[in-house]
Every structure is written in C-alpha cells, then in structure tokens.
Design a protein around this ligand. Structure first.
Ligand SMILES: Cc1ncc(COP(=O)(O)O)c(C=O)c1O
Length: 371
C-alpha cells in the first residue's frame, strides 16, 4: 500500500546531500578507485576518530564484523559465548559459524542484555560476551566490562545499531576488544548496499581483520597469513559513508528532537511504553524509536491501516525459529516485548507535519479503544 508516512525514505535522504554524494561518485569513478584505495582509508580514519578508537577496519557487513571479531579473539569449537535473547539473528549466527555455542540471556526493560542474569549463564567453557546496543541505546557497559574482567572473558560489542551513542562520554564500540558496525542502508549511518566495520584499540586485531578481509593477504608483501575471506568494504561505498559521517552529528541532534516530540505528545498514554530511560551518563541516539504497546499487533496493524509504515522487529524471537536449533531456556522479558514492539518512523527525512500525523494516528488508536 502507499503509506502517508514511510518508515525510511532513502531517495529523499539522497536529495538532501545529492551534491556531495554525486561529487564523491565522480571522484571515485573518474579515477577508477574501486578496491582498497584512499577513500576507504580516509573513512576508516574518520570512523575511528568518531568512535574514539585507534583503528577502524572496513568490512562487508555487520555480520562480517562480528565473525571477524570472534576469529580475532580465537573463539571457536568448544567455546561458549553469551548473547542476548533479543537481538538481530546475526549476533548469534556469527557465534555458531565460528563453531562456538551461543548461550542466550534475557534482556531488561531497555531491550538490552540483563546484566543481573549474565553470571548465571557463565560456565567453564565461556570465552566471551556480545552485548548488543539496541536501537541507539547502549547496554550497561561498565557492568558488562566488570563481569568480563572478573571471569576473564572477551567482550565484542555489537554496536550495529548505535553509532554515536555513549556512556559517560565514552563511545559505543570503544569498550570491548572490538566494536562491530553495520552500514546497512537503514542504519543511522547507512550506505547504498551492505557495509560494515570493526573499531578496536588493538593493533593485532586490526591487522588480523585487514588481512583476513582480503583472503588472508598482506597487501604490502603479498604473503598469505591464513585462510581468509572476501569481505572488504568497497572503496565507493566508503566514499559515500564518509560524506554521510560528516552529517551524522547534526542528524543525531535531529533524531533526539523527534524523540522528544514523541515523548511530549505520547508520554501520557498509559498503555504505551516509550523508549526513554533514566540512566545518568547514557546517551540515546535513537537509531530506532521502539515503543511497547500492550495490544502490539492491533496497534501496529492500526498504524499501517492508517498510512503509517512501522516495523515490528521481532514478533517471533530468533530462538523460536526451528532451523536454528537453539535452546529456548525461557526468556520472559523477550517473550513479552516480542508481542508488544512497534518501531515508529524515526529518520532525518521526516517532516514536522509527518511527525504530527504519526502522533495523531497513535492517539486516535487509544481514543477509538475508549469509545
Ligand atoms: C544488532 C545487529 N547486529 C548485527 C547486524 C548485522 O549487520 P549486517 O546486516 O550489516 O550484516 C545488524 C543489522 O542488520 C544488527 O541490527
């Protein structure tokens, strides 16, 4: 159906920065700079600076970033890695695909891993934790890092949804051994196809990823340092991402304004839980604005029927997909939120009038419930 308000609007976003994107395209194409050229290195430098790490290494996707991080940490067969029960499936698949066993832990009210439950899931085989910073809001990294230190565990941050977020001024993706990034088109920093990166302060991890993304080859010497992969971030994509990265601070300000408008207009609705949390020092960048509605399906269907495109990730938790052969040990919070989640449009393309339309449709759902 034709929506009155789209969930995201990539064509409009392109129009907003068309001159800069077109110039980047011209620069790359007219020089034939396609693979591993200076645009990639420039973007990596700027990304590392933005996140607050020494290195960034551009990869094909967020999945590759997770996969590469686990390999860099030497995690594999016989090891266990703790992951949240509520996340995008790739967090878990990366663990399975290096031969390790994912151990799922329920999340808290803020959608992120419940730190009170982590230690119960640790066994003598546990090697790592992957905290996921969902929707632009970070997991409680001071606590995760403290638990990891006590149990000698590697921390790989799945920061795919939280570029620009921070705790006490320290950026997402700069706490663990690596931070993993996705530049999937609808991310807060989205390319025009798949893309990803790791950020790290560890020179050996950065070097490992740089080699392994290029089939194990050291590009200077031609020496193969292991059986690697083909998962390099394209130079053209890096040039586009570098343009967008320059806009990101202003775009985050805009996202926060939209979130505040939602809060002011919807905060009184008792059946609707909004994603605003009281955690001093934590900075929310609102990659997604995911609300919890008691009658989740009815709510999201009503919004769609009234022209508002929404996302309901995920009605069916990933561990309930039979083919994944995962153990569902009972995750009450994940089960409850899966029935209730609904992400409202949240992007910098939104006009103020569109935001008011969304608000009016949400309120009308509750008005018609009362009448
Ligand atoms: C939390 C999370 N982890 C991992 C990924 C995987 O990223 P990609 O789609 O770039 O492989 C995504 C994005 O899709 C994500 O949202």
């Amino acid at each position: 159906m034709g929506y009155r308000v789209r969930f995201v609007n990539p064509a409009k976003n392109y129009q907003m920065i068309k001159d800069e994107i077109d110039a980047a395209y011209f620069d790359v194409m007219s020089h034939g700079d396609l693979i591993d050229r200076h645009h990639l290195r420039q973007f990596e430098e700027n990304l590392a600076h933005f996140v607050g790490t020494r290195y960034a290494v551009g990869l094909n996707s967020g999945y590759d970033a997770l996969h590469m991080s686990l390999r860099a940490a030497g995690i594999g067969l016989g090891d266990e890695v703790i992951v949240p029960a509520h996340t995008f499936v790739a967090t878990c698949s990366a663990v399975v695909n290096v031969g390790a066993t994912p151990v799922l832990v329920d999340v808290a009210k803020d959608f992120n891993i419940d730190c009170d439950l982590i230690e119960d899931a640790i066994s003598p085989r546990t090697r790592g934790i992957i905290p996921v910073h969902l929707s632009g809001w970070m997991a409680d990294m001071p606590r995760v890092m403290e638990i990891a230190r006590r149990h000698n565990l590697v921390v790989v941050e799945d920061a795919c949804q939280s570029l620009g977020s921070s705790i006490g001024g320290q950026g997402a993706g700069s706490w663990g051994l690596t931070g993993c990034w996705s530049f999937y088109p609808f991310k807060i920093l989205g390319g025009y196809g798949d893309g990803g990166a790791i950020t790290t302060n560890d020179p050996e991890v950065a070097q490992f990823a740089r080699r392994m993304r290029y089939n194990g080859e050291d590009r200077e010497t031609g020496e193969y340092h292991g059986h690697g992969f083909t998962c390099l971030l394209d130079n053209l994509q890096a040039a586009f991402l570098d343009v967008k990265l320059r806009h990101l601070p202003a775009w985050i300000v805009r996202r926060k304004q939209i979130a505040e408008r939602y809060r002011a207009a919807l905060g009184d609705l008792t059946d609707l839980l909004l994603p605003h949390y009281d955690q001093p020092g934590f900075d929310h960048v609102y990659q997604n604005y995911t609300v919890r509605a008691k009658r989740g399906n009815e709510f999201s269907e009503y919004l769609k029927a009234n022209g508002i495109e929404v996302l309901t990730q995920f009605r069916k938790p990933y561990y309930r997909h039979e083919a994944l052969k995962l153990v569902a040990r009972g995750f009450p919070e994940t089960e409850a939120l899966s029935r209730e989640v609904c992400s409202l449009p949240m992007n910098v393309e939104l006009e103020d009038e569109e935001i008011e339309t969304i608000i009016q449709v949400v309120r009308s759902f509750y008005q018609q419930c009362r009448s």
